[in-house]
Design a protein. Structure first.
Length: 755
């Protein structure tokens, strides 16, 4: 059955892969262009007749036109309806081809004419971001278009019709822009329901021509499901699966957003599964088959066996707790993990929440798959995220329903966009330019002018960090205030609590929570560098600051003795109390400073120690650092220690985690990567005990990579023997042999933790 699924999915997505900016199959491309032209012409006509229409009404009319002109794509023997054919295969919503970008492009052009400052802001951003110049950060200049989750809990409670009724009632009591937003929500929801209706109509047309019993069964299932989903709350397991997949794919297509999270599947689906099984309308085997089919398409869409960087930004959430704090682990949790492993899938990414109350059976189930080399898991410590979110002002019940998506970026499901990680900052590069300025860098990072004590030095460095963040945040806020009307998403917004009540789009601050996340890269490298300056210059007086700067300028060449002293100093993450205390103090102080800075929606900034692969990209411009690191060597990833000094015992970095208060990050994702050997000594029971110990030590999000070093090395020589070898790169997993030689080498060179 699943082989048929793979074939039908592959046949379609091979046609819609991008080649030279077009879909690979000429006929498919021409059909797509023709549909897009109809939608564009419809929008041109609407704007010609309504030149003063608010952006939200432009967007909702765009949704209506997309619903009118798209042609449903239905796959053989697949009960789920999701493919609208309006974007390329390797897209999770963000697409330059899709007609969804019409309003943004139209409004951006007008805003650039009206606000000449936009060009100056973009030029300044390019200077700060460019890896050929300063390389201080990587950031989207405007609102984060990725790392979103729909309000699935809301949709499961009241369906689209319930939200549409709320929007209509709000419209009846509103005027002006508020009324326009509510009317746009109603029109967009009507378009969403029309899309589902068209899928049902096409399935009904295909039903008499079904080639076999399986096709008849699933086409009939689609006909029945589209009569209720998404308009009504799901009442069966298949309706629940359909609600999640259809709304994710359709809203991503209509809004042009990266909807990264497919939902907290075991929490949402288990009541439906339990009821169906009790009524005798569903067996466990049937549910397993449905779950397998439901998860199958992402790997095929992105051609993972041939993708050198297979980012799909597609996740599911498992485990953790519900809004009342009760543990979530059930038959649906087991079905998703077992089917994911059995089918050898890489996606959707398995983002697993856990806490002290999580059943041992759950942790052992995940451990069994991971220890078999299924390196697709992230283990997220609820205590760190929930307590952090509450420190940021999130109500406990809302915080308990957090999900993580894109990679592990924290999102408060159904309560507003937390702006994922649209802003990565290289803290070691700020220190680098603070100590040794380059051309024009002083405009963004103030220059060190000498300090009589380490306390004075630290204060100056933190002030330089403040100055840098102020410039970049102000630049982004100004641009986003101007650009927000081009970015409205009434359909997505309506699933977020607060937007209908406040009658404002989420881009205008309508949701309950309006955080922005700044991902701080290189915590370990900065902490170790501060320790080196403290010890070498101010306490032990091994050298003067001028001598240290000379050693850095020489990349330590000619300063071998000083270099060895720097390397021998205590390092963060090695279970050294003094070094860990320096890292904790720095993290707390920078987090406190960032939390004072407001974004353009009035929300606070929260830091994150999730860095994607920027521990590599930022290193390309980073010169030698005081910790003993040489120019352009990798910097520390996430919450993990650097790799200047090997650590063989995994308990050392875990024990170090207890000395850092990661809740200071306010719920932002903090990630510890560990590379463990594939060994018969580690059992599922030991893995479960290890995860519990991590939780007790306050360890944040854990990305385990369980691999055989011998297999990795052999795969470089004999890739044909290791086609199924999966590794965790950073926020994603991949087939090792598809990666570039440079990324392969980085994974091989990672510290292998024993014990």
């Amino acid at each position: 059955m699943l082989d048929v699924q793979r074939q039908s999915l592959s046949a379609y997505y091979e046609q819609t892969m991008l080649t030279d900016g077009k879909m690979a199959d000429r006929e498919t491309w021409e059909r797509f262009v023709a549909v897009r032209k109809k939608i564009t012409e419809g929008m041109d006509a609407f704007i010609a007749q309504n030149p003063e229409a608010p952006s939200v009404l432009m967007k909702s009319r765009l949704h209506s036109l997309m619903a009118e002109h798209f042609e449903p794509v239905i796959f053989a023997e697949n009960p789920f309806f999701f493919e609208m054919g309006l974007r390329e295969a390797n897209s999770w919503g963000l697409s330059d081809l899709s007609p969804a970008g019409y309003v943004r492009r139209y409004r951006e052009a007008a805003l650039h004419r009206e606000h000449p400052i936009l060009h100056r802001l973009e030029t300044m951003a390019d200077r700060i971001y460019d890896m050929d110049t300063l390389g201080l950060c990587q950031a989207q200049n405007t609102f984060d278009g990725d790392h979103h989750t729909l309000g699935y809990t809301q949709l499961f409670r009241c369906g689209v019709n319930g939200l549409m009724e709320d929007a209509q009632a709000a419209a009846d009591k509103s005027t002006g822009d508020e009324k326009a937003f509510c009317l746009a929500v109603v029109e967009s929801f009507q378009a969403l329901c029309r899309i589902a209706e068209k899928f049902g109509q096409k399935a009904a047309q295909l039903l008499p021509h079904a080639a076999n019993d399986a096709q008849r069964k699933y086409l009939q299932m689609m006909v029945d499901t589209t009569c209720r989903i998404p308009a009504q709350p799901p009442q069966t397991f298949v309706e629940g699966l359909s609600m999640l997949l259809f709304t994710r794919e359709a809203v991503a297509t209509l809004e042009g957003l990266g909807i990264s999270q497919l939902g907290h599947v075991d929490r949402l689906l288990f009541p439906l599964y339990e009821k169906d099984v009790a009524q005798g309308t569903l067996t466990e085997a049937e549910a397993a088959e449905l779950v397998g089919i439901w998860m199958l398409h992402t790997d095929i869409k992105f051609d993972l066996h041939n993708a050198a960087w297979p980012e799909t930004s597609t996740c599911i959430q498992l485990g953790g707790c519900d809004e009342n704090g009760q543990p979530v682990y059930n038959a649906v949790t087991r079905l998703f993990i077992e089917q994911h492993h059995r089918l050898g899938l890489v996606n959707p990414k398995l983002n697993c929440r856990y806490n002290a109350a999580s059943p041992t059976e759950y942790l052992e189930l995940a451990g069994r798959a991971i220890l078999a080399g299924h390196n697709n898991f992230v283990m997220i410590n609820d205590e760190i995220v929930i307590q952090g979110l509450m420190r940021s002002g999130v109500k406990e019940a809302d915080a308990r329903l957090y999900v993580s998506g894109g990679c592990q970026e924290t999102m408060i499901e159904g309560c507003g966009h937390t702006e994922g990680v649209a802003f990565y900052a290289s803290m070691p590069r700020v220190l680098d330019l603070f100590l040794r300025p380059e051309a024009d860098s002083a405009d963004y990072v103030p220059v060190f002018h000498g300090a009589d004590s380490f306390e004075d030095f630290t204060a100056q460095f933190l002030s330089a960090m403040d100055h840098f963040f102020s410039i970049v945040i102000d630049q982004r806020n100004m641009r986003q205030r101007i650009m927000k009307d081009a970015l409205v998403c009434p359909l997505f917004s309506a699933t977020q609590r607060g937007c209908i009540e406040n009658r404002r789009d989420y881009t205008h601050g309508g949701a309950v929570y309006n955080f922005s996340t700044i991902s701080l890269t290189g915590l370990g490298t900065v902490a170790d560098s501060l320790i080196a300056i403290q010890k070498l210059v101010y306490e032990d007086k091994t050298c003067t600051m001028e001598e240290l700067l000379s050693a850095l300028s020489a990349d330590w060449v000619g300063f071998e003795e000083l270099h060895q002293r720097a390397l021998a100093l205590p390092k963060y993450g090695h279970n050294h109390k003094e070094a860990d205390a320096v890292a904790d103090d720095f993290l707390r102080r920078i987090a406190k400073r960032l939390s004072r800075r407001k974004n353009e929606r009035g929300g606070m900034h929260i830091p994150s120690l999730f860095v994607y692969y920027h521990f590599e990209s930022f290193a390309r411009v980073l010169r030698a650092t005081p910790d003993g690191r040489k120019a352009f060597d990798l910097i520390s990833p996430g919450a993990a220690p650097g790799q200047l000094v090997p650590i063989r015992d995994v308990t050392q970095p875990v024990k170090s985690m207890q000395r850092l208060d990661f809740t200071a990050c306010g719920g932002g994702s903090c990630v510890l990567d560990v590379k463990l050997p594939l060994s018969s000594h580690m059992t599922p029971a030991l893995f479960a005990a290890f995860i519990r110990a991590c939780g007790e030590y306050g360890c944040p999000t854990l990305q385990p990579n369980v691999v055989s070093q011998a297999d990795l090395l052999d795969a470089r020589i004999h890739p044909e023997k290791h086609r199924q070898l999966i590794v965790r790169i950073c926020g994603l997993s991949a087939y090792f042999v598809a990666l570039t030689p440079q990324v392969q080498e980085e994974i091989i060179a990672r510290n292998m933790y024993e014990g």
